[in-house]
Ligand binder design. Structure first.
Ligand code: AMP
Ligand code: MG
Length: 414
């Protein structure tokens, strides 16, 4: 049975079959990059006490009405201590950034605007407003206040906030385990010199890198020969993971047994051809809670279908609200022709310059051209109905999931 569907239909069907994974609890030190699965409230006021935001002198602003004002230094307050004295009229206390304000003082003058004629006196040289350079208790957040909603991505800044509010154990969505099984009798290890008719297994490594960059857990299963029994046995093991990603063996060749083996093992196949270039032979199915992606063997096709279809599914499983890679409009820095009536994703280099995205379609020999692909950080998108694109016109661009779109300076391979 052959079911050729459009790319958008393939993405829709895939996401429809994809569920967010259950919640798990992880230590804060491992929460970075995950999606928060609980609301978080603060258990303390922040700041927890009125504190100085400068190194200087805590004083009563009214005492500095006439300048210079010479005040008696009643003591010193380093950060991490709590003052056991108070400031009366005509007095000041040396205070460090982050240290608690002494009772009686209402403001801080920074040390640069003072002089200390003796160790026990200070001259204030510039006026001070009441409250100046003092951070009030609870001005950022107060005990019990909700500071994070469920569904937030835990960035480094969010990690800092979670630490501040004492959240050392965090509820997040589970990350999928992703088995990666590449197929092909011609494949040899990357540490080998390919013999006649052989090539190195690059997909196993590239797909592993993509799975990791997506934030999922990669379980590489090595190479399966183009042989029914071996393939079936390895697929049986791979189906134990949340996701099984295969590469190769999904076209119409004599030795393309992947779909057959999947079906024998009870996998429900939802489509096996997508109207997209590269990557027409693409299998998607599920068995129980496990999703299966059979990607084409050509390296650029395999990585591209991963970006277009598999990565969005992984993101949905991990609780992300946004599943797709970043897509923008860009100015085309070179003419571009699409000779296919499938949706065409052509490797391109895109960067942000002079207030707009600019994209350069890269010269490539096709979907085996891993060198051109490695120079790209994105794709120019040619819709099926359009074949010619002029220089300077606007085109759609889809970024690779692990590229940083703003960085024009990033080195690219020779
Ligand atoms: P297939 O989809 O199995 O017909 O393979 C299509 C092309 O991709 C063939 O030229 C394969 O040699 C190549 N290929 C398949 N698997 C890999 C892999 N793991 N690494 C690099 N190239 C591959
Ligand atoms: Mg093959």
């Amino acid at each position: 049975m052959t079911t050729m569907i459009s790319l958008s239909e393939a993405i829709r069907k895939t996401l429809e079959m994809t569920s967010r994974l259950p919640v798990e609890s992880v230590p804060l030190s491992e929460a970075s990059g995950r999606i928060l699965a609980e609301e978080v409230a603060t258990d303390i006021d922040m700041p927890p006490f009125d504190k100085s935001s400068m190194d200087g002198f805590a004083l009563r602003a009214h005492d500095c009405a006439k300048l210079p004002a010479t005040l008696e230094v009643a003591g010193q307050i380093p950060a991490g201590t709590y003052p056991d004295f108070q400031i009366s009229k005509g007095q000041a206390a040396g205070i460090m950034t982050g240290a608690p304000m002494p009772d009686g003082a209402d403001s801080v003058q920074q040390v640069e605007k003072t002089q200390s004629p003796t160790p026990t006196s200070v001259s204030i040289l510039e006026p001070v407003r009441p409250g100046q350079n003092v951070a009030r208790r609870g001005e950022i957040m107060t005990t019990g206040q909700r500071v994070l909603a469920s569904g937030v991505r835990i960035s480094a800044a969010v990690v800092g906030l979670l630490a501040t509010v004492g959240k050392y154990q965090v509820q997040v969505y589970r990350r999928p385990t992703v088995a990666i099984l590449v197929t092909g009798d011609e494949l040899v290890g990357v540490d080998e010199i390919p013999g006649p008719g052989q090539i190195r297994n690059s997909n196993g490594y590239a797909l592993c890198a993509q799975v990791l960059a997506a934030g999922a857990i990669a379980e590489t299963m090595g190479v399966a020969a183009d042989e029914r029994d071996e393939l079936r046995e390895k697929i049986r093991i791979g189906l134990e993971c949340d996701v099984l990603i295969l590469s190769g063996g999904v076209s119409m060749g004599e030795y393309d047994f992947v779909a057959e083996a999947l079906t024998e093992l009870g996998t429900n196949i939802h489509y096996n051809k997508v109207r997209v270039k590269p990557g027409k032979p693409t299998v998607f199915g599920h068995r129980g809670d496990t999703l299966v992606f059979g990607l084409p063997g050509n390296p650029v096709s395999a990585s591209t279908i991963f970006e277009l279809i598999a990565r969005p599914a992984l993101r949905k499983m991990m609780g992300f609200a946004q599943f797709q890679n970043l897509q923008v409009e860009a100015v085309l820095d070179g003419e571009f022709v699409s000779k296919t009536n499938r949706a065409y994703f052509h490797p391109a280099h895109t960067c942000f310059r002079d207030g707009a995205y600019h994209t350069t379609p890269l010269q490539t020999t096709g979907s085996a051209d891993i060198w051109a692909f490695a120079r790209s950080n994105s794709y120019v998108i040619a819709p099926p109905e359009q074949d010619y694109f002029e220089v300077s016109q606007k085109v759609g661009v889809l970024f690779h999931g692990d590229s940083h779109p703003a960085n024009c300076e990033e080195g690219s391979p020779a």
